[in-house]
Design a protein around this ligand. Structure first.
Ligand code: UDX
Length: 463
């Protein structure tokens, strides 16, 4: 898997940029990654990954040692000889929901200023998720900043489809690569760049820039829509006494629907889905199309969190002076990222209502504490459960499935578990003596619990 080496630079060494940089180095290119955060660059120069992402530390070490990957805090160093420059800076949401593109514009202007009028053509690739129309704005910003290089600079949209926690794998073995461009040269450069990946047979789609930009929003919004649909189904199942997991399995057996992203729970979080759905709704509205379905997806996501909160309140009555443990703080397993993590939103709400909240996460403890200083952090799941009146599963880390349920119950003040990710089986929780509230599935409620271990009832019910 090697390429004819090209000089590539990547501006922004966050989740998207750093993974792109190590991946392009890994497939044979010569890569310089730039970030204005000098501390991050200092870490990277010592070959330390600044965030948790499986496979990243190994590829970082390997490609830096082999001299294919270097880092700099200076855009000028990176773009001097680059044939392709990726813009991978953050596009946070403004309070209006629109994406804030200040960093994209700033970087585009910096690049333009540092390009020499005598140099060969350079392809400027937008990889951060940006609203449709951004490529055109980048092109204009570059022209205004440095008219001398305007005819040598081409703009491409190459949205990433990386999932945190498996971003390296997604990047090296992508299901699809999407390239939006409007010149034969730009398409040719992107084909050459990606050849080691396309040689392995992944789908490679070339389109115009706007279509590429919209396709990214459409994909993320649809994933969010699937999750919100499952969460609405969970409410219906709870009211009707049915099991949402089985409903999702049955739906998912139809290949037209598919099983993935139908897991009901605490709702979706992270840096992409919540932000993208808002941005897409604002964009559509800007073009004159009202898209209430997207607002509804967001509302259902809030409702999913409310539903979990309601179960905790119902179980505990007043929250003041109650101790509540949270298992999992990252927005999903496999990452230390807590941005818009439902667990932290839940923690904030519980703290506001007077509870004492203690959390544990295999990777995200430090980030969670930084984000929410009132949250107490435990060193392991059993410590998080010690003395609590209720334990809430917020993130479905696989290691939580291996917990010793009897030991867990023994350290808790009340044997109550609210499962915001349907991690445990009802049968196991009942036989370990828990009052158990899963999401969209029949609970082991107080009555069942007080009747003694409700084994007969449970044997007949869903797992
Ligand atoms: C997402 C997209 O999947 C990816 O293609 C895009 O490039 C970036 O955004 P990511 O943010 O890493 O990736 O997370 P993802 O795996 O999509 O999960 C997002 C959220 O949805 C998580 O909070 C997760 O817990 C939640 N989720 C996911 C559910 O609640 N139910 C599901 O069935 C699936």
């Amino acid at each position: 898997m090697t390429a004819s080496p090209m000089n590539v630079s990547v501006i922004g060494a966050g989740h998207v940029g750093l993974v792109a940089a190590v991946s392009f180095a890994e497939i044979g290119h010569q890569v310089v990654a730039v970030d204005e955060n000098a501390e991050k660059i200092a870490l990277l120069l010592q070959r330390v990954a600044p965030f948790h992402e499986p496979g990243l530390p190994e590829l970082l070490e390997k490609n830096v040692s082999e001299g294919k990957l270097s880092f700099s805090a200076e855009i000028a160093d990176a773009v001097r000889d680059a044939e392709v420059v990726f813009i991978c800076v953050g596009t946070p949401a403004r309070t209006s929901g629109e994406a804030n593109l200040l960093a994209v514009e700033r970087v585009a202007r910096q690049i333009a200023r540092r390009l020499d009028g005598e140099r060969g053509p350079v392809v400027l690739v937008q990889k951060s998720t940006v609203p449709a129309g951004t490529a055109g704005r980048v092109r204009r910003a570059v022209r205004l900043e440095n008219p001398a290089i305007a005819d040598r600079l081409e703009v491409v949209s190459n949205p990433e489809f990386l999932r945190e926690g498996r971003a390296v794998q997604d990047s090296l073995e992508p299901e699809r690569i999407l390239v939006g461009a409007d010149s034969a040269h730009a398409f040719e450069v992107m084909r050459r760049l990606n050849r080691p990946l396309t040689d392995k047979g992944c789908s490679y789609i070339e389109t115009d820039i706007k279509t590429a930009e919209i396709a990214k929003h459409a994909s993320n919004a649809f994933l969010a829509l699937k999750i919100s649909y499952a969460n609405a189904l969970a409410r219906v199942c709870e009211l009707a006494g049915a099991d949402v997991v089985q409903v999702a399995d049955i739906m998912g057996a139809d290949p037209r629907i598919g099983r993935s992203f139908l897991n009901a729970g605490l709702g979706f979080g992270g840096y992409c889905l919540p932000k993208d759905i808002q941005a897409f709704e604002r964009l559509a509205s800007g073009w004159g199309y009202d898209f209430p379905m997207l607002r509804e997806v967001e509302r259902l996501n809030q409702e999913a969190l409310e539903g979990t909160l309601r179960k905790i309140r119902e179980g505990l009555w007043n929250l003041e002076d109650k101790r509540i443990g949270l298992l999992g703080l990252s927005f999903k397993p496999g990452t230390d990222d807590v941005r818009l993590a439902p667990a932290l939103e839940l923690a904030k709400r519980l703290l506001r209502e007077g509870a004492l909240v203690v959390g544990y996460d295999p990777e995200a403890n430090a980030n969670a504490k930084e984000e929410l200083s009132d949250l107490q952090i435990a060193v392991d799941p059993y410590e998080a459960a010690t003395g609590v009146h209720c334990l809430v599963v917020c993130t479905e880390w696989p290691e939580f499935r291996e917990l010793d349920l009897h030991r867990l119950r023994a350290v808790m003040a009340y044997p109550m578990v609210v499962d915001g990710r349907n991690l445990f089986s009802r049968r196991d929780m009942a036989s370990a003596g828990f009052i158990y509230f899963p999401t969209g599935r029949p609970p082991v409620d107080f009555d069942a619990h007080l009747r003694g271990a409700p084994r007969v009832d449970v044997a007949a019910g869903p797992p």
